[in-house]
Ligand binder design. Structure first.
Ligand code: NAD
Ligand code: UDP
Length: 312
């Protein structure tokens, strides 16, 4: 198949491309390099079945493809809050453009949505039928509400125009190739511990997150895309940790002498988050296989190589 991956030069997109190329597909990667880098897809550049297009999805584009994995959107709070209006445009106009493309060429359309559609949840763990608790005027809203509209658009294109959609709600995912300056918690703690700087826990560290290793997530993507289910479907690792537990784990793993310091909790920071993955288990037979310790070990190795300049 010819498969379009928007945001393909980013963290998740580039891992997905690795899998799709290994499966023998033709892949078109579309990215504006806001948070993505060519380094992530360098190994495919000379492959005749791989094509890279520098393009901003807020502008329309005409392509002929069979499937579209739509991932383009900055995912880290510091990046999506840097230009919130642009984040909304990417989620709304960009998603509309990609759905329009899917409609025109009758391609199957996969939306990378997020657990953020649940906001600061008052149901725990979160099931797909929970409608969420999102602040529509806060600093996270450009992303949360943007993704909620992206889901609405997907379902309306499905109902109104018969577009074949798949919608996945991704919970915090980590792994090699996250940006060093990404600002997300796993990358921050690893970089800080490696550089002998204090690990910055926001708030008292009692807020929880559930961390999924990237290879597990990509497996779930491909299974959902090629199933008969449209979603929405949670994908994530149900193992739930407080942020302080995560800091201590990474501290012990890399640098037991590193200090842990506390900083103010950002506005609207969700207090707890854990996916209910019954749907993914029942519909796809999917569940995560990589435990946090193993996934962190692989991630630390990647950061160590990059930071210490050992990339070959
Ligand atoms: P990322 O920032 O590494 O990747 C996003 C990619 O999209 C980058 O390559 C960036 O350059 C590109 N991009 C951004 N705006 C664009 C635009 N207007 N036009 C073209 N390209 C654009 O983030 P990621 O972690 O790989 O996330 C990928 C997708 O998964 C995002 O849609 C994100 O919302 C979603 N998601 C990720 C997580 C996670 O934990 N990693 C959790 C929930 C949802
Ligand atoms: N966090 C933290 N220290 C950091 C970065 C993040 O304590 O250096 C916290 C953040 O406040 C949040 C959690 O870790 O409670 C996860 O943050 P991240 O930005 O990774 O993802 P999200 O909040 O979008 O789930």
């Amino acid at each position: 198949m010819r498969i379009l991956v928007t945001g393909g030069a980013g963290f998740l997109g580039s891992h997905l491309i690795d899998r799709l190329m290994a499966q023998g597909h033709e892949v078109v990667c579309l990215d504006n390099f806001y948070t993505g880098t060519k380094r992530n897809i360098l190994k495919w550049m000379d492959n005749p079945y791989f094509e890279l297009i520098r393009h901003d999805i807020t502008e329309p584009i005409r392509l002929e493809v069979d499937q579209i994995y739509h991932l383009a959107c900055p995912a880290s709070p510091i990046h999506y809050q840097y230009n919130p209006v642009k984040t909304i445009k990417t989620n709304v106009i960009g998603t509309m453009n990609m759905l329009g493309l899917a409609k025109r060429v009758k391609a199957r359309f996969f939306l990378a949505s997020t657990s953020e559609v649940y906001g600061d949840p008052d149901v725990h763990p979160q099931t797909e039928d929970y409608r969420g608790n999102v602040n529509c005027i806060g600093i996270r809203s450009c992303y949360d509400e943007g993704k909620r509209v992206a889901e609405t658009l997907s379902f309306d294109y499905h109902r109104q125009n018969g577009v074949d959609i798949r919608v996945v709600r991704i919970f915090n995912t980590y792994g090699p190739r996250m940006l060093e300056n990404d600002g997300r918690v796993v990358s921050n703690f690893i970089v800080q511990a490696l550089q002998n700087q204090p690990l910055t826990v926001y708030g008292d560290g009692s807020q929880t997150r559930s961390f999924c290793y990237v290879s597990d997530l990509v497996e779930g993507f491909i299974r959902l895309m090629n199933s008969d289910q449209i979603g929405p479907m949670n994908l994530g690792n149900p193992g739930e940790y407080t942020i302080l537990e995560l800091a201590e784990k990474i501290q012990n793993m890399i640098n037991p002498g590193a200090e842990i310091i506390f900083k103010p909790l950002p506005e609207d920071d969700p207090k707890q988050r854990q996916p209910d993955i019954t749907r993914a288990k029942t519909w796809l037979g999917w569940e995560p296989t990589v435990p946090l310790d193993k996934g962190l070990e692989l991630t630390v190795k990647d950061f160590r190589d990059r930071i210490e300049g050992n990339l070959n």
